[in-house]
Every structure is written in structure tokens, then in C-alpha cells.
Design a protein around this ligand. Sequence first.
Ligand code: UD1
Length: 351
Amino acid sequence: MEEKVILLTGGTGYIGSHILLELLKDSKYNNHTLVVVDNLSNSNLKNFSRLIRKLDFQKQRVKFHQINLATESDRLEKEIFCCYHVEAIIHLAGLKSVKESIQEPLMYYQNNVVGTLNLLALVKKYCYATPIRFIFSSSATVYGEGCLLPIKEDARKLGGYDRSSGSGPINPYGRTKLILEEILRDLVIEQGSIWKITILRYFNPIGADPNGLVVEDPTGIPENLIPYVVKVIRGELPELNVFGNNYSTPDGTCIRDYIHVVDLAKAHLAALKYDQLSNLEIFNIGTGTGYSVLEVISEFKKLGYSVPWKFAARRPGDSPQVYADSSRAELLLDWKAELGLTEMCRDSIRG
Ligand code: UD1
């Protein structure tokens, strides 16, 4: 029997490791080889190997290849596409810091856009016999500012310059995601029969595996709220700066749609199983509920953690409120976020 292979790019990172964990736990994928490609630029092979040892011992279903998609296309071809019959791809590999993308736009376009183009060229060369499932990790950042709430997928339509809803991405990182979404759309128009593409627009993933199997361990000072709060709770940073106190929200601080990373990981498995309506589908992946920064702090307090904080100036580019309408994913993928803010905060500390 031909080996069934799922390729997971960026599979050693925070989200990728949680997806791998779900794939290993799901009996439907017992006979699959899970091939992880990652350049390890933002992840830790030690944590990843620990996860594999615990879950995949002796079965050797997980294969790891340290490859940079943007610069090592030849190795990607020889080591992956020439060796495995890839049935589905979950493509997460990419840089993700907004701040860094403003400072180093070329690096972001090179890494995210060129890396994906190299991957897509090989998919087209080797996988044309069957429609290939390609799940792309996108972001709510493609909506930009000024969308109607809750945000529906059609607030950012592909294939045009419809500015009637949101502003579109406001930084190079977000633009790499939108450019890639547009490229995927063009591929489907060119040759729909080879593709089954699902774009997942993530809202704000937080938390970690409740059993502590996957550890998020950002180096340096985190930019995102929850990793920063965790470092404050652990005493590694003195206090949280709450960016802005006079936004047009009930308590004046920004509201976001936080989603437990385990729920997010499960959305990828739902997308893998989904018998698509069309060759390109787009889904918001959030909970549909927004929480303010002060509500998040208060949730940690309820769990018994002290979070010293103070108000600071607004962070440029922050929208007052962002939360998803995820009803399309619920209806078509039969997926819904199950874990609430309490679990998200509890598991962020555990990770
Ligand atoms: C940020 C990115 C977004 C990216 C997303 C997911 C920006 C402008 N946006 O979104 O493109 O897709 O992360 O990783 O960077 N906050 C504080 N103090 C802090 C950190 C954050 O008050 O030290 C506030 C922010 O102002 C915001 C909320 O917490 O209101 C959440 O911030 P963050 O975790 O960075 O997520 P986003 O702003 O949604």
C-alpha cells in the first residue's frame, strides 16, 4: 500500500506542534506518516523532540527535515517531494512578528512569499494526479481596520480592490498573508482541478496543551499580550504595560478574540476532513467572543495570579475591537471552539 503522507511546514513551532499533537491523537491518521519541515528559526528542536518521544515512541510516524523553504527549494524537492507521496499539506512556515516585518520588510516578503511560492511550485510539479489538500495558515490581520463586527470572511474578499469594508493589512507581515491568499486564488482559477485549498484566518491563538506536552517558550521580550503576561506572572518582567485606556470599548482597553491553541489545532483537522464545496474556501477561526485587556488580566487574577500592570500609550496600529464571526466554520467544517477564557489563561501558565 502506498504510504499516506501529511506534510506540515513550520511544524515545530507553537501552532504546528499543537497540530501535530492532534494528528497523532486522532486514530484516523494512524496510518499516515507526518512529515515536518521547519528551518528552526523560531522554534526549539529540544521541545519538539521531547513531544515526539512522548507521543510517537517506536512508531516513527513523524519525520523531521530541517529545510528553509525560501532558500533550499532543491532540498525540499529531493528530500520531500521525490521521496513521499504527499496527500495533504498544512502550510504554517512563516515569520510572524508585526514589528520585525516593519523593520525588515524584504526579509518578510522573501521568507513568507518566496518560501510559499517554492512550495507551491513543487506541489504543482509532483501532486497533480489527485486534488491536493492545501491548508494555509492566514491571519485576521488581513482585515485591517474598520470592519463591521463581528468580522465575516467577506470583509476581505480576494481578487479585487474592494475597500468597502476593512482597510486591509496595515503592515508588511499582514500583506504577506494577503498576497499569499491572492496567489492561492489565482492558482485555483488557473487549474482548479489540482487544488483543494482551505485558508484559515486565525484570530488570537493563546494557551497550550493542558497536559504540558507542548511548551511555548518565546525568547526575548514578547510583543503579544499573553506571552508578556506570563513572563510578568513568572517574575521575568516587572509589569505589564496596557496599551491605551481610552478606546471606544466599555473599559477603554482593546478587545480581541482569543482562541485556545488546541481549538485552533482541531480546526486544521476539521479542514482536512472537510469535503469542500469549492476548490478554495476561507474560514475565520475564532471563538466569536471578544475580551478586553483588563478582562484578561482579571481572569488571571481569578485563577490566583498577580499581574502588576499600568496604563501606557496606545500601540500604533491597534484596532479597538477585533472579533470573529466563525459561523461559517461551524456550519461547514463542523468545528467550533470549545474552550473558554478560563482554560486559555490556565493553560498559558501551564505551558
Ligand atoms: C497582534 C498583531 C497581529 C497578529 C496578532 C497575532 C499588532 C499590531 N498586531 O495582534 O498582526 O496577527 O498579534 O499574533 O502587533 N497589549 C497590551 N500590552 C502588551 C501587549 C499587548 O496592552 O504588552 C494589548 C494590545 O494593545 C492589544 C491586545 O493586548 O489590544 C492584544 O495584543 P496582541 O497579543 O499583540 O494581539 P493583536 O494586537 O490582536
